[in-house]
Design a protein around this ligand. Sequence first.
Ligand code: GSH
Length: 307
Amino acid sequence: MSEPTPILHHFDQSPFSEKIRIIFGFKKLAWNSVRISRIMPRPDLMPMTGGYRRTPTMQIGADIYCDTQIIIRELERRYPTPTLFPGGNAGVPAALGMWTDRPFFQSTVNLVFGFIGDKVPQDFIEDREKLRGAKFEVAAMMAALPQMRDQFRAHVDWIEAQLGDGRPWLLSEFSLADVSAYMNVWYARQSVATLDEMMVHFPGVSAWETRMRGIGHGTRTEMSSADALEIAARSTPQSESFRDPADPNGRKPGDRVGVMPDDYGKIPVHGEIVSLSAQHIAIRRTDARAGEVVVHFPRAGFLVVPD
Ligand SMILES: N[C@@H](CCC(=O)N[C@@H](CS)C(=O)NCC(=O)O)C(=O)O
């Protein structure tokens, strides 16, 4: 049986979404693109995620994948060749996400908003303040721009050092490590017009960026959010139920839990456990518009709390 086409709910400026678009390119996949608004509300998406609001989300029928960690894991499971974990590198490329997606990303966000400063639209500021539960201090970010340049540069310098022996990719062969690190450089390139003044000093990174851009995004076809929601409503989740005999808290299929990110956007999604492992939890929920869906999350960086 052929695999159903993955649907990515994303927006074009989203760096985390760029990771997934590149993986579609690397694995030469056809995919459907649902462009979501950069800010809430997202009325056709929330019925599927159950409240998870970070970007991107991947949908395959009535299975919904929240967070790039779990999206990548699922794409690798369904489309193992070519692999994102070559040469026995089964753990490090994924673990490196804790550098690229957190401190490196935070430095990049600070650089980007310090640079674009007062051009950030008010509705975007209000949306992200609500998401983070903290003030979006544009003036402070602009004042800190020199420090942010230093921080971003230090992260990029690690990429340059790793490529210093002339290897084409961070772990010699192309891997998830390249995708994750590149996301930040891509994001800064989109918004910081003067970035080249810094990047000319990183010839290895610049050549690597050209190779990364050459990978493309696979075959993208636009789809409306209403059509995607209808697909979820018409489909049956394909997730098998399995327990984790080593679960350190004795959690098992059938338990009711809430799952949420541990950093921000801590909106718990409630449901009944279908399957779980050290890196994955899937919960079943029912929505008036989406019908029965199974929502999948990673474990690292996510909290699971009993309901
Ligand atoms: N850990 C998440 C992070 C995703 C993330 O922070 N995405 C940004 C956009 S690139 C976001 O969610 N912004 C708020 C929003 O889109 O509502 C992942 O890997 O998917």
